[in-house]
Design a protein around this ligand. Structure first.
Ligand code: AMP
Ligand code: MN
Ligand code: MN
Ligand code: MN
Length: 275
């Protein structure tokens, strides 16, 4: 059974429209699919319309940025009520923070001799949501860098010209928004934070203490060993296991919607009540 609970559309930093990504999921044979754009649920109305039309079971999701120990982590909310006021008020704060951050990034890049960044990223973005990925695409298009990895390293992280500190809501607050909206809070891609395993376990321990429901055991880029490791952590911290590709649709991204390794049978899955 193909289940993919982490995907992006152009309502954040994905390439496809919600309608297109839902259609693609169906073509790939997905039976359960979640759209989880960064800090917005705005693509879900269009996604739901298409899911109804082609008979795909859609889970309403969102990938919320959050602070833990002064670092940014991503918490995916699954099965959220998109009309919920607490969730939308929280997401609105993040959307506003993104706007002010965008201006700072453009100024920083201007200081490095890259002018007109703001106008250029606005042309690339299809909605008001501007992410670092849009800046990355712009710098690749301008021929400044050759790929995503190089752009993030040279321009968009730490003290680099377009690097900006994260000031998202704290993890416990983000988990409470998701719970207010009736959703399950899942730590996204636990092995992608450039933390030691000891630190990731501490992260899982703190988030579990704040009510985290699950963790992504399988992602589109997981190796077999990584799945085994996170599967054990999920058991240790009594967390549900989730599976999601983190599909964005960028030209060089290797992951595809619905291409995921099997979930270890020892884990309880987040989707057990949704089938
Ligand atoms: P933002 O939420 O605007 O800070 O953008 C974060 C997004 O940028 C992530 O969701 C990834 O899709 C992408 N990203 C972050 N770091 C990298 C990287 N080193 N290489 C490629 N993409 C990245
Ligand atoms: Mn992204
Ligand atoms: Mn993420
Ligand atoms: Mn993602």
């Amino acid at each position: 059974m193909i289940i993919d609970l982490h995907n992006h559309s152009y309502y954040s930093d994905g390439v496809l429209s919600p309608k297109e990504v839902v259609s693609l999921a169906k073509e790939q044979g997905c039976e359960l699919f979640a759209l989880t754009d960064h800090d917005t649920t705005d693509g879900l109305v269009e996604a739901q319309k298409q899911a109804d039309k082609i008979d795909l079971k859609l889970i309403h999701g969102v990938e919320v940025s959050a602070m833990w120990s002064n670092m940014t982590v991503h918490i995916v909310g699954l099965g959220v009520d998109i009309e919920n006021k607490a969730l939308q008020a929280g997401l609105k704060k993040h959307q506003e923070f993104r706007q002010s951050r965008t201006e700072k990034m453009a100024r920083g890049l201007g200081g490095a001799g890259i002018f007109g960044a703001m106008e250029k990223v606005k042309k690339i973005a299809k909605t008001d949501m501007i992410t670092r990925t849009h800046f990355a695409q712009m710098l690749i298009q301008e021929g400044v860098c050759k790929d995503m990895k190089a752009v993030f390293k040279r321009f968009l992280t730490g003290k680099k010209p377009g690097g900006v500190g994260g000031k998202w809501a704290e993890y416990d607050e983000v988990i409470s928004w998701i719970h207010s909206a009736g959703g399950k809070a899942i730590l996204a891609h636990p092995l992608r934070y450039r933390m030691t395993n000891t630190k990731v376990r501490r992260l899982l321990s703190h988030l579990s203490g704040a009510g985290l429901d699950g963790v992504e055991v399988v992602t589109g880029s997981s190796s077999g060993d990584e799945i085994t490791l996170v599967s054990q952590w999920a058991r240790e911290f009594d967390l549900l296991a989730s599976s999601g590709s983190d599909y964005h649709g960028w030209p060089n991204q290797r992951v595809q919607v619905g291409y995921l390794q099997d979930m270890p049978t020892i884990n309880e899955t987040v989707w057990r009540d949704w089938l």
